[in-house]
Write a protein that binds this ligand. Structure first.
Ligand SMILES: [Zn+2]
Length: 67
């Protein structure tokens, strides 16, 4: 599901150019624990999202939990 990524790109475009992104979003190689059809996108230091099923996950002590 690309909708979340599109929304996030819109958010990025609304950021002033001189403000650095604290957490650039990047694709990880972690397979989504929910749908296992896509890898997770890291949204922030400990937050991950699946761009396929749109589930959000949070990293707790090194393991992923459903948010
Ligand atoms: Zn998923």
């Amino acid at each position: 599901m690309a909708r979340m990524k599109e929304l996030f790109m819109e958010m990025l475009e609304q950021e002033p150019l001189n403000v650095p992104q604290e957490y650039p979003v990047y694709k990880t190689d972690i397979l989504c624990p929910n749908c296992t059809e896509s890898t997770l996108v890291q949204m922030s230091h400990d937050e991950y999202a699946c761009d396929r099923c749109a589930y959000n996950f949070v990293s707790v002590e090194g393991s992923l939990r459903f948010k």
